[in-house]
Design a protein around this ligand. Structure first.
Ligand code: ATP
Ligand code: ZN
Length: 294
């Protein structure tokens, strides 16, 4: 078969990544791939998008289809919610959790429900578009409840008398509230994940992309800090800012002073900044890092 063989504009020899065409994950997914240095242009209604500077093609799909497209090898990579990977029970490898698209799969009940503990779900009807995850959970907890499979808008089913509870994705809880429901039990915390076709984990292009994604994510989790300090206080500051290996120290024009460059994890950023000030740091400059290669 020729290297240039194409089916409906799809180069079947090129590595493909399936991503959500339009939805909650689309913007962040595209942003991540662009931050990885991939160059491509999205056009409405196109199924395939070519990267011009990396051997990869984007397949623009409904999120529900992504796990199976990857599991069947039509795409070798995909980005979708972990919720769908588990629900579709597709044979894929999760390469990386991507720290966006956070939501939970939660059982919710009407505000006036008498349910207090999960055993109270025995004999109840639960509507969901995630029947597989729910059935597994009920089995594990030894609860005999009826799973009513629906496609979307589970939140209206208790009001319509179709079910006693629902099992659905929740992020802020606003939709539950406006339908007179309250969260009852969270079964799964989900986020977007990078998945691949089993056996492709060590593919060269996939490893390169994973390396770029990891570098972008590490940079997002850290801040680059530059500050001035009197030489005599250096050891106190180095204790607070160990840096990647050790901080960079550069002499200032003013005698007795140095500038110190280091990296702080985003998680304890404010706590560290206050401690640095207390230790005598001045002129603290905080810069977002674009990529971190370590
Ligand atoms: P599609 O047209 O691609 O089938 P969809 O309407 O099924 O889209 P979206 O609502 O765009 O899907 O959600 C995509 C993913 O975003 C979910 O599978 C989930 O992983 C994640 N997500 C994050 N927060 C929420 C939320 N509050 N509700 C639903 N999904 C959420
Ligand atoms: Zn969907």
């Amino acid at each position: 078969m020729s290297d240039n063989f194409k089916v409906k504009n799809m180069d079947i020899n090129k590595l493909k990544i399936a991503i959500q065409k339009t939805g909650r994950l689309t913007d962040k997914t595209v942003e991540l791939l662009k931050k990885c240095g991939l160059s491509f242009e999205l056009y409405k209604e196109t199924l395939t998008v070519n990267c011009t500077n990396f051997p990869l093609e984007l397949l623009m799909l409904r999120d529900d289809d992504i796990p199976n497209y990857v599991g069947n090898g039509i795409a070798q990579l995909g980005i979708c919610g972990e919720n769908l990977v588990l629900e579709k029970e597709a044979d894929v490898t999760v390469l990386k959790r991507l720290n966006f698209g956070h939501c939970s799969l939660t059982i919710a009940v009407p505000n006036n429900s008498a349910c207090k503990e999960i055993s109270n779900l025995n004999g109840k009807k639960i509507a969901t578009s995630y029947p597989n995850i729910l059935a597994k959970f009920l089995k594990k907890e030894n609860i005999k409840a009826e799973v009513i499979k629906i496609c979307g808008s589970a939140e209206i089913s208790p009001n319509l008398g179709l079910s006693d509870a629902i099992f659905d994705l929740v992020s802020t809880g606003g939709t539950l509230k406006s339908n007179g429901l309250k969260p009852f039990y969270t079964v799964l915390q989900s986020e977007a994940v990078l998945i691949c076709l089993p056996g492709k984990e060590n593919d060269d292009i996939i490893s390169q992309l994973l390396f770029r994604i990891s570098s972008v994510m590490k940079a997002e989790q850290n801040k680059y800090v530059v500050l001035n300090i009197e030489k005599e206080n250096i050891s106190k500051i180095i204790e607070l800012l160990p840096g990647l290996k050790s901080p960079t120290v550069v002499p200032l024009a003013e005698e007795g002073w140095v500038a110190l460059h280091s990296v702080i994890p985003e998680t304890d950023f404010w706590e560290k900044i206050n401690k640095l000030k207390d230790a005598g740091a001045q002129g603290i400059l905080v810069i977002s890092a674009e990529k971190m290669i370590i």
